[in-house]
Design a protein. Sequence first.
Length: 103
Amino acid sequence: MQPIALRFGATVPAGVDAADEHFEAAVALYERQRWVAAYDMLSRLADRGDAPASKLALLMLRYGAPLYGTHFTARPEQIARWARQVLEAMPAGAGAGSLEEAA
């Protein structure tokens, strides 16, 4: 399996808040295949309530060994909080049946 290709703009427009800049930096690490550094940054952002970072951190956590050749860790309470953040950020009516749907 190959890692998911993420394509986000590499530049951050003026006036974008720091959390977005940090998310973009984490994505840039991911795109450079710096998996551990990307996961570390994404998990810290997720711990601060960033739903997109939570989603990517959960995906990396779930598929770590087969996709990235490494095993990422998170405490059960982190995983639950991140999953809640992802589900709460989903548009109304999108169906919040499971995290797999959210991811």
